[in-house]
Structures are given as structure tokens and as C-alpha cells.
Design a protein around this ligand. Structure first.
Ligand SMILES: C[C@](O)(CO)[C@H](O)COP(=O)(O)OP(=O)(O)OC[C@H]1O[C@@H](n2ccc(N)nc2=O)[C@H](O)[C@@H]1O
Ligand SMILES: Nc1ncnc2c1ncn2[C@@H]1O[C@H](COP(=O)(O)OP(=O)(O)OP(=O)(O)O)[C@@H](O)[C@H]1O
Length: 257
């Protein structure tokens, strides 16, 4: 890694419950945990392209890249446009897309943290979070850089959760899970909302404790809607494997440090 490089980690949702509807969105009650063994690498390298440039292997054009969206939200800050006339953004992708692992969201957050540092913006985590939430629900979690966190709202309320570092293994079936479609089916066929008491109980439990008390359906409210849309996912639901986000990834905790 060169001197201006950072790891952009994946996440899993140890549990993901819905607490209420908010317009076309759903408020979450979820434990996000960082996957230390799975990350993209983002680097700023000197280049004389004279315009903002992202180099990497993406399934989308630059204008829809989450890092480009993050750049557009900070380009008017003092020094940012000038900086990115002289530096290109290189993203070495390892996190699969449409995987429920927060790849694009993590990249946007890591980019914001790096731009804050190298453009000397001096923005606080909360100020960065205010920008992050405009890009996507999972971005704020990555801005705070916690290993484990209790996340509510649409993803903008992130509270650090103290527990041992978890070793997490993931498998990602080659099924592009459409988050919008899965939330739509959840709302139409599987809608339920978790009570405040149950949320408070879950937020106090360690992640390993939750996974030993919940099965895959109980842990993630989006699992049943996901398999009703993508039935072949069910083949991957092995003993001690859980479902992350809106899929397609499954994960299991292999070790607690
Ligand atoms: C499922 C999670 O990955 C959990 O970590 C996130 O909540 C997903 O949030 P996100 O990345 O912002 O989701 P997007 O892929 O931008 O959202 C696609 C669509 O999913 C629906 N959506 C998304 C997030 C949410 N909390 N409620 C929703 O109803 C909305 O219709 C939205 O237009
Ligand atoms: N930096 C990026 N890395 C990967 N995909 C990106 C990126 N920017 C935009 N995308 C596009 O966003 C869409 C979803 O990508 P991805 O699934 O990685 O993002 P995410 O929403 O953060 O993760 P999740 O799978 O947990 O919803 C894909 O269409 C992908 O092409």
C-alpha cells in the first residue's frame, strides 16, 4: 500500500430488524460488524489528469459510483477540487457488489475520511456522517470506523458496541440481490416491526450470544423476503450461517479474539 492508502472494510449485519416505516424507507434496528478479512484498498496517487478520476473495476459508470457521489458533496470545500486535479482515486476492489456487505458504502466513507485528512478539511465524525447519510444508509457506519455498532434510523444513528473482535467468514452466491425489491416484498408479504423492549434487549447482547440464540430467519427480517425473490439462495443456508443485509452474502463467526 502506498502512503496515501486506506483499507475499506466490508460489514455484515449480525441481526437486522425493522422498527417502522418512514415514507418509502424502513427504519432499522441492526448490529453492524466490520469484516477485518475482507476489504477494498483506496489510494490517492499523483496524476495530472486535471479532473476528478476514479480508477477501478466497477459494475457502474463513474457518475453512479458512491465515491463520485461523495466527491460531489465535498468538491466545494476549500482545496478539494484543486487536490483532485493532481491526484486520482484508485480502488482495488475485493468486496463483491450486490452482496449485502456494504462495498460501495464502505468505499464512499473511506474516501470521505481520506479527503478529510489529505485536504485538511478538519470535519468531525458527526459532520462527515451528515454528508455520508446523503449517499446511502450504510455509509455512516463506516465513517465512525467502529468494529461493532448498534445502528438505527435509516442508518444514520451509529452507537459503538464494545465486544471482542470477531473473525467472520463470508460466502457470496453469484446472485445480484436488489435491495429495493427485497424491501418491497418485505413490506407487502412479511411486514413486522420489532418492539422498543426487544430492540433494547438485543442491543445489550453480544453478537455471539445473539447468533447462538437466533436462527437465520429470526436474525434478519430480510431473509425470508430475499429467498422468496431469489429461491436459490436457500441452498446456502447451512448450519451456523447467517444472512447479511439484503444479501446475497451469508456469513459465520469463526473465532472470537
Ligand atoms: C439493507 C442494508 O444494506 C442494511 O445494512 C441497508 O439498509 C441498505 O441501505 P442502502 O444501501 O441505502 O439501500 P439502497 O440500495 O440505496 O436502497 C434501495 C432501496 O431499498 C429500499 N430501502 C433501503 C434501505 C432502507 N432502510 N429501507 C428501504 O426501504 C428503498 O426503496 C431504497 O430505494
Ligand atoms: N465504489 C463502488 N464499489 C462497488 N459498487 C459500487 C460502487 N459505487 C457504486 N457501485 C454500484 O452500487 C451498486 C451496489 O454496490 P454494493 O452492493 O457494493 O453497494 P452497497 O449498497 O454499499 O452494498 P450492499 O450490497 O450491502 O447493499 C452496484 O450497482 C455497483 O455497481
Amino acid at each position: 500500500m502506498n502512503e496515501m492508502s486506506e483499507k475499506s472494510y466490508a460489514k455484515v449485519n449480525i441481526f437486522l430488524k425493522i422498527s417502522k416505516k418512514r415514507d418509502e424507507y424502513h427504519e432499522l434496528v441492526s448490529r453492524f460488524v466490520r469484516v477485518h478479512s475482507l476489504y477494498d484498498t483506496i489510494s490517492f496517487i499523483k496524476s495530472s489528469r486535471k479532473a476528478f478520476c476514479i480508477i477501478g473495476n466497477f459494475g457502474c459508470k463513474m457518475e453512479t459510483n458512491t465515491v463520485y457521489k461523495a466527491y460531489k458533496l465535498i468538491e466545494n470545500f476549500e482545496g478539494v477540487e484543486e487536490f483532485f486535479k493532481n491526484y486520482s482515486v484508485i480502488i482495488d476492489k475485493n468486496i463483491p457488489e450486490f452482496a449485502g456487505l456494504g462495498g460501495g458504502s464502505s468505499n464512499a466513507a473511506t474516501f470521505l475520511l481520506m479527503a478529510n485528512k489529505y485536504c485538511n478539511l478538519n470535519l468531525s465524525k458527526d459532520e462527515l456522517c451528515y454528508i455520508a447519510v446523503k449517499i446511502g444508509a450504510d455509509v455512516p457506519f463506516f465513517v465512525y470506523e467502529y468494529d461493532s455498532a448498534n445502528v438505527t434510523g435509516i442508518g444514520e444513528i451509529v452507537e459503538k458496541f464494545e465486544e471482542e473482535i470477531l473473525d467472520i467468514q463470508t460466502i457470496t452466491p453469484k446472485i445480484k440481490c436488489n435491495t429495493g425489491e427485497i424491501f418491497k416484498v418485505f413490506r407487502e408479504k412479511f411486514y413486522k416491526q420489532i418492539s422498543k423492549e426487544e430492540s433494547d434487549r438485543l442491543f445489550k447482547m453480544k453478537s455471539t450470544e445473539i447468533l447462538s440464540n437466533f436462527d437465520i430467519k429470526e436474525a434478519n427480517d430480510l431473509y425470508e423476503p430475499a429467498i422468496s425473490v431469489y429461491s436459490q439462495l436457500e441452498e446456502y443456508a447451512k448450519e451456523n450461517w447467517f444472512f447479511s443485509g439484503s444479501g446475497s452474502s451469508f456469513f459465520k463467526v469463526t473465532h472470537v479474539k
